[in-house]
Design a protein around this ligand. Structure first.
Ligand code: FAD
Length: 487
């Protein structure tokens, strides 16, 4: 059976891993697996060019990987770093608050996660004499068209410099939030719809030095009191997740093992990008020095130069009415192609991996009968995906009062005895591996409803304002037309 997977991200690669090791699961499925990605093979890219943003994997994502391959999980654990401490600087000037997350996450660069998964897949391919399945990885190969009912796709691969046609039995859309396959499903299957909205703002990867490059009197490590007593020590980023906030800008940095820099992200939540006015590296350095001096001390001139030219990525929300496409279950959507998560919850990759875990279970239960397994997958996953959307959209406070309640509840729940009395917030439960997104939604429904009401009232007010502006404009236009006619 030929399975074409479009997208060698965490979701596509984990599914390929499962299909290749499938004979271990007591059935004789024989797969011809093709994985396509428009990007080059991560194992062949120059490591100096392949810095990427850090990603936090929790038990939810790691359990999904473990179920497919315990050995791959071990490999990833060896590559990453467990962290549960977050140091937040909310002033940008060195007033650091240290917080412990409810559970440790495994942190690694997103590029390293993909690299490790590709390498493992290739190593396993050569070693397993029992497998009847075959795997072909097509990198530098962009899918441009699909014909769902003919079960065919057209790939434009740089190796052949031609468009190659591939016939498939089932197609897997794991091509991320900007999925082109999803668009084609909507064109070719009248029962499939989706909604994709751009989220205001954007982000760029940000790479800081691990030790201060400029002297400052505001070292960022340790607590405020500790910093005051040792003002001259050169500041270092130690083993913790660092966050800085300044108005609509957030900065994150994670000093990972085996890296001589600290990898992170610069994000802004409202357009336009406040950095857009900077013309030279000196402007960038001055901007950071002025706005977030405690971060600026780790910013090298070289990084300031690169920040100017590094492209800004945007984020979007994706909601699909179905998780499969085609009258006969020709295709399935996995990961970001099917649903996205707010970046603040660190769940996108975890939930993408969990999609594969659920699909794996359905395939095993239905003896690799894909039509039955995909029908079961859709039924089983739909409720959790709906809950994930609700958590993604309505977990964060929207008003000043909600912000006070949010921080208050988080802090009070840390005090002995109060955990049982104060109802949890989604952030308190999202790390719990024993709870599904539906369970978390149920336990936090009160908070979610409150945020939802605020957001929908705001949307209503904005719509009313837009209508009244429209009416005013209409009255003004009528006035202008009358005046012209009278002339
Ligand atoms: C700044 C940032 C921080 C994040 N932090 C976290 C975190 O801490 N924890 C977490 O769980 N999640 C996090 N996420 C989300 C996470 O990165 C995504 O949810 C995850 O990568 C989704 O995996 P995927 O396999 O579905 O898709 P992707 O990783 O997006 O992979 C899709 C692949 O498809 C390929 N592709 C696209 N179109 C085509 C085409 N036409 N032809 C061929 N190939 C194609 C792409 O090149 C890509 O390799 C973060 C995201 C961002 C942006």
């Amino acid at each position: 059976m030929r399975i074409c997977i479009v997208g060698a991200g965490p979701a596509g690669l984990l599914l390929a891993q499962h299909l290749m090791g499938n004979h271990n699961n007591n059935n004789n499925a024989c797969y011809d697996v093709h994985v396509f990605d428009k990007l080059p093979n991560p194992l062949l890219t120059d490591s100096t060019d392949s810095r990427s943003y850090p990603i936090a994997l929790q038990a939810r994502g790691l359990n999904a990987i473990r179920e497919v391959s315990p050995a791959l999980t071990e490999k990833l654990v060896a590559k990453g770093q467990w962290m549960d401490t977050v140091r937040f600087d909310t002033t940008g000037k060195g007033g650091v608050q240290t917080m412990k997350r409810p559970a440790a996450s495994l942190l690694m660069e997103q590029g390293d996660l993909k690299r490790e998964m590709v390498q493992f897949l290739q190593e396993q391919q050569g070693q397993d004499a029992n497998t009847k399945s075959s795997l072909e990885l097509h990198f530098d190969c962009e899918i441009q068209s699909i014909f769902l009912h003919n079960r065919t796709l057209l790939a434009s691969c740089s190796k052949t410099k031609e468009q190659d046609a591939f016939v498939f039995d089932h197609l897997v859309a794991a091509d991320g939030a900007n999925s082109i396959l999803r668009e084609m499903f909507a064109q070719q299957d009248s029962k499939f719809h989706f909604d994709r909205k751009r989220v205001p703002g954007g982000y760029k990867p940000l790479f800081l030095e691990r030790q201060a490059v400029t002297t400052t009197t505001t070292p960022t490590t340790g607590d405020k009191e500790e910093s005051k007593s040792k003002p001259k020590e050169p500041a270092v980023l130690d083993s913790a997740i660092y966050g800085w906030m300044k108005g609509t800008q957030n900065f994150l940095s994670v000093p990972l093992p085996h890296k001589d820099y600290s990898s992170g992200v610069y994000a802004f939540t409202e357009d336009p990008d406040p950095l857009a006015d900077c013309q030279t590296p000196a402007d960038v350095l001055e901007y950071f020095q002025d706005k977030v001096p405690s971060l600026a001390q780790f910013l090298s001139e070289q990084e300031a130069t690169q920040l100017l030219t590094r492209p800004t990525s945007t984020m979007c929300t994706v909601r699909c009415n179905r998780l499969t496409a085609g009258d006969n279950y020709e295709a399935i959507l996995l990961g970001d192609a099917a649903h996205t998560f707010s970046a603040a919850l660190n769940q996108g990759c975890n939930s993408a991996l969990q999609d594969v875990q659920v699909l794996q279970k359905c395939l095993m239960k239905h003896n690799n009968n894909w039509n039955d397994a995909l029908a079961a997958y859709e039924q089983e996953r739909a409720q959790d995906v709906h809950a994930a959307h609700e958590l993604s959209d309505y977990s964060l406070p929207q008003t000043k009062l909600q912000r006070v309640e949010f921080i208050g509840r988080m802090m009070l729940r840390k005090l002995p005895g109060l955990k049982r009395v104060i109802p949890p917030l989604p952030m308190d439960l999202i790390y719990r591996e024993d709870l599904t997104y539906s369970d978390i939604l149920q336990k936090c429904q009160g908070w979610i409803d409150k945020v939802k009401t605020t957001k929908s009232k705001r949307a209503e007010a904005a719509a009313k304002e837009a209508t009244s502006i429209g009416e005013d404009q209409f009255t003004e236009n009528v006035g202008k037309t009358k005046a012209l006619l009278l002339k």
